[in-house]
Ligand binder design. Structure first.
Ligand code: ZN
Ligand code: CU
Length: 481
């Protein structure tokens, strides 16, 4: 009889807490980390030689739109192949529940699904679905403001009435009771643009009462970024809950210095005691729905999907507009509904965000696109291989902390994000010399290199041979440890 289920032998452990790496064996029993240290006298059913490798907590992707992938493509290959063991879904005000859609859904809800995909009368029904058809990764779920507005208001192009706000607040409470970890908004997007701050505070207070967080895609990341940031801080203060600023950056054409200024407000407000943290992803381009007003602001735009013109997937908007003999905005109107990648961020700013000690890593990947942004497959290996190892912008210990323990702490994922006895055995074994993203803008669906083993709740989901077929994921946070 061996003592342990699995022993990972001889690795350098980076435990997620920022502590310097140390040499140790790590034992896994069932779904837990059972022992860490010199285990040369112990035996296990399965022993893995991890010499020369890093063993660290599985990555927590704090910014995802994986709501439907969790259900419909539960192998979660784009995520587990890069070492992600938990995804936080329901960002940017978009959640698959609670909403039964009968008409085509308004952008950006179509990033996550079409009318038939929105079929849950309650958040509990969605959670139940995931628990009965477990995905390969864990899921921490938020309930989205845009979804609530479309489900509860006859017209979203105005502030909610007191009655509508009360109905939405009830739904936030229901979601939290069903296991959600927080409430998200997408205030820049059509379903929420017309809301007042007081409406958001009211709804966020229901999440606060249940110990949740408030994650926000702000009203503006452009000229009004400062007032949008202040609005987010006010919502956190008045509703009384921790804030996550989603996909932090600030982009004004010709004025790359605004991103540095924005990091300045961020640091100042954190020093003043605001309970705010941000997430960011390691690329110079963003991605969302095709929205004509977005197209006007950006120079280079790549089409990721188009319902009326699928033949244009993976092509540049300027080329399409040229062929059609029209301007960019007209071409965008013709391509919608659809999705796009918007270039034009300043690479120096991307480096600043990646190196910042108080910024969590979140991919913002959009999984069901026909030609997705490469962040979906490459975010975590890119931060570790490109920004930490190759450019030397930060230590791997620091980068991993912002993918694991710091992320678990912010979203209330107890017992996760650390290599520590008793913690959930969500573990990545990777080669620090070769880890790197392979997905790029032209060929975006490529597993990363250097990821040797990925365990979720003690079960191996990915290794050098590919996906193992295991589906050990759980809905985590709030109710579960
Ligand atoms: Zn967003
Ligand atoms: Cu997002």
């Amino acid at each position: 009889m061996s003592e342990h289920g699995i022993i990972l032998r001889g690795a350098e452990v980076i435990d997620g807490t920022k502590r310097l790496r140390f040499r140790a064996d790590v034992a896994i029993d069932d779904d837990r980390i059972a022992a860490i240290g010199d285990l040369s006298d112990a035996t296990a059913d399965r022993e893995i030689d991890a010499a020369g490798r890093i063993v660290c907590p599985g990555f927590i992707d704090v910014h995802t739109h994986d709501d439907r992938m969790l259900r419909d493509a539960g192998d979660m290959t784009p995520k587990v192949s890069q070492g992600v063991t938990t995804v936080v879904a329901g960002n940017c005000g978009i959640s698959l529940a609670p909403f039964i859609a009968s008409d085509p859904v308004m952008a950006p809800l179509d990033l996550v699904g079409q009318a038939g995909d929105y079929r849950y009368p309650s958040f509990a029904a969605y959670v139940d679905d995931l628990e009965h058809h477990a995905p390969a990764s864990n899921a921490a779920l938020m309930v989205g403001h845009g979804t609530l507005r479309l489900a509860s208001m006859s017209d979203t192009q105005r502030p909610a009435s007191a009655d509508e706000t009360a109905v939405m607040k009830e739904k936030v409470s229901e979601a939290m009771a069903a296991g959600a970890v927080g409430f998200s908004t997408g205030l820049e997007y059509p379903p929420a643009r017309k809301c007042e701050t007081s409406e958001v505070i009211e709804l966020a207070s229901a999440a606060a009462a249940a110990g949740g967080v408030y994650a926000t895609h702000m009203r503006s990341y452009h000229l009004e970024a400062r007032s949008s940031y202040d609005e987010a801080a006010r919502i956190g203060r008045e509703a009384g809950l921790p804030v996550v600023i989603s996909h932090f950056h600030c982009h004004v054409e010709e004025r790359p210095e605004v991103c540095v200024e924005a990091l300045g407000w961020y640091e100042t407000s954190r020093e003043a005691g605001e309970d705010i943290i941000a997430d960011a992803y390691p690329y110079e381009a963003s991605s969302t729905s095709i929205l004509p007003e977005f197209v006007e602001k950006r120079t280079k735009t790549l089409v990721t999907w188009s319902k009326p013109h699928p033949e244009m997937n993976g092509r540049y908007l300027d080329d399409i507009a040229g062929e059609w003999g029209m301007d960019r905005k007209e071409a965008a109107l013709r391509l919608a509904p659809g999705g796009a990648i918007y270039f034009g961020r300043d690479e120096e700013n991307v480096k600043r965000l990646m190196a910042h000690p108080a910024i969590l890593i979140g991919s913002d990947g959009i999984p069901m696109n026909r030609h997705p942004h490469p962040r979906l497959w490459g975010t975590f290996p890119r931060v570790l291989g490109h920004y930490a190892r190759d450019l030397g912008l930060m230590e791997m210990e620091d980068a991993i902390h912002r993918m694991t323990a710091a992320s678990a702490d912010r979203f209330g994922l107890k017992g996760r994000g650390r290599i520590e006895v008793g913690c959930a055995a969500d573990i990545v074994v990777f080669d620090p010399a070769t880890i790197i993203d392979k997905a790029d803008f032209m060929d975006p669906e490529q597993p990363a290199a250097g990821i040797d083993h990925v365990f979720v709740n003690g079960a191996e989901v990915w290794n050098n041979d590919g996906h193992t077929g295991a589906a050990p994921g759980r809905v985590v946070g709030q109710r579960a440890a």
